[in-house]
Design a protein around this ligand. Structure first.
Ligand code: PHE
Length: 338
C-alpha cells in the first residue's frame, strides 16, 4: 500500500489546473466518493491488523496532501481571474463623484469678472476687525445703532474687537495702503447678530466696490452700475436709483433693477416691477480724510451688494438658509456651471 500511496502523491503533485473544470476533475479523481482516496480507505479495511498502523499513518498523510493540493489549485485559479479582470481594459471604470462650485462662489466669480472688465481688481481683508475699520473710519457716529449689541458680534466682551458687519472695512484697509487711483472689489463674509430665518442669516456674503480718482462723479457710478446690471441680468435690464442713507457715502442711493416680468408684476418683485439689489453712493469726504486722502483733489464712489440676494434672484431660491446647509442635492444642481 505504501508504494501505491507514493505513486499517487507523485501523480497528484504534478497536477495543474488552468480552469475551474481542471480543479473539479482533480477533486473527482482523488477526493470524491468514488475517487482514489476513498478506494484506498476501503482497501485499508482488508489489510491484516499488523500492517494497519503504518498504513493508516501514511493514508492520513495522503488525505492531508490531496486536500491541501486541491485548495491550492482553487486559490491559484481565483488569483488568476482577479488579475485577469484587473487587466481587462474594456471593463467599466470605478465611478467617482466630482464636486461642484457653491452657488455663492459662482455668483461672486461672475461679478468679479464683470467688474474686472472695467479694471477693478480684487482685495481681501480680515473677518475679525476692530471698531475703527468697521465703523470709526467710515464715519459712523459713536451712538450709531449698527454698533449695538443687537447688530454686531463682539469678541470676548471687548467692544473694540468684533466680527465685521460689512465688507466696507476692506475699503478702509485698501485706502490706508494704496494711493489713488483705486479701483477695487472686495468680496467677503460678513456677520450680523440677526435671527436666522428664510430671509436673513447671522452670516452672509457681500461684494463691495470702491473707485477713487480725480473727477469721479455720480454719473460714473450710475454708468458703472448700469453696465454691471446689464452684463449680469441681461441687456434689457433697467436700473433705478432711490435716495438713501449710509454714514460713509453722501449722497447715498439704493439701486433697483427691473424685474424679468417686465413690469407686469409677479411674486418675485411683489408686483412692483423692481428688485432692490444694492446700496451705493459717493464716498463721504470725511471718509477720504479719515484715511489720508485729500478730499479736495480726489472723489470716489462705492457700492455694496449681498451675494446671497443676487444668487437668490438669479436661481430663484426662496430660503437663504439652504446656502449653508451643505445638502448635496442642492449643491449638485450647480455642477454643470464652472
Ligand atoms: N456697507 C453697506 C451695507 O452693508 C453697503 C454699501 C456699501 C453701501 C458701499 C454703500 C456703499 O449695507
Amino acid at each position: 500500500m505504501n508504494d501505491k500511496i507514493n505513486l499517487i502523491i507523485n501523480e497528484a503533485s504534478l497536477f495543474e489546473a488552468k480552469t475551474a473544470e481542471d480543479a473539479e476533475s482533480f477533486r473527482l479523481k482523488f477526493l470524491s466518493k468514488k475517487g482514489i482516496l476513498n478506494q484506498l480507505f476501503e482497501d485499508f479495511k482488508q489489510l491484516p491488523n499488523d500492517q494497519k498502523k503504518t498504513a493508516g499513518v501514511k493514508l492520513n498523510e495522503l488525505k492531508e496532501f490531496l486536500n491541501t493540493k486541491y485548495n491550492d489549485l482553487k486559490s491559484n485559479l481565483s488569483e488568476q481571474t482577479d488579475s485577469a479582470s484587473k487587466n481587462d481594459l474594456s471593463l467599466p471604470g470605478d465611478p467617482f463623484t466630482l464636486g461642484s462650485r457653491h452657488p455663492i462662489s459662482l455668483v461672486r466669480n461672475e461679478i468679479n469678472e464683470i467688474f474686472g472688465k472695467l479694471g477693478f481688481t480684487v482685495s481681501d481683508g480680515p473677518e475679525i476687525e476692530d471698531d475703527w475699520h468697521v465703523f470709526g473710519a467710515l464715519n459712523f457716529p459713536p451712538e450709531h445703532p449698527a454698533r449695538d449689541m443687537q447688530d454686531t458680534f463682539f469678541i470676548e466682551k471687548n467692544p473694540d474687537i468684533l466680527l465685521r458687519t460689512h465688507t466696507s472695512s476692506v475699503q478702509v484697509r485698501v485706502m490706508e495702503k494704496t494711493k489713488p487711483p483705486i479701483r477695487m472689489l472686495m468680496p467677503g463674509r460678513v456677520f450680523r447678530n440677526e435671527a436666522i430665518s428664510a430671509r436673513s442669516h447671522c452670516f452672509f456674503h457681500q461684494i463691495e466696490g470702491l473707485y477713487i480718482d480725480k473727477n469721479v462723479s455720480f454719473a460714473d457710478l450710475k454708468q458703472t452700475l448700469l453696465f454691471f446690471a446689464q452684463e449680469y441680468f441681461g441687456s434689457e435690464t433697467k436700473i433705478r436709483l432711490r435716495p438713501s442713507y449710509f454714514p460713509f457715502t453722501e449722497p447715498s442711493a439704493e439701486m433697483d433693477i427691473s424685474c424679468s416680468c417686465k413690469g407686469k408684476g409677479c411674486n418675485l418683485c411683489k408686483y412692483t416691477g423692481w428688485l432692490e439689489i444694492l446700496g451705493c453712493g459717493m464716498v463721504d469726504p470725511n471718509v477720504l480724510e479719515n484715511n489720508g486722502i485729500d478730499s479736495k483733489v480726489y472723489s470716489g464712489f462705492a457700492f455694496g451688494m449681498g451675494i446671497e440676494r443676487i444668487a437668490l434672484l438669479k436661481y430663484q431660491i426662496k430660503d437663504i438658509r439652504i446656502y449653508s446647509e451643505n445638502d448635496v442635492r442642492f449643491l449638485k444642481q450647480f455642477s454643470s456651471e464652472i
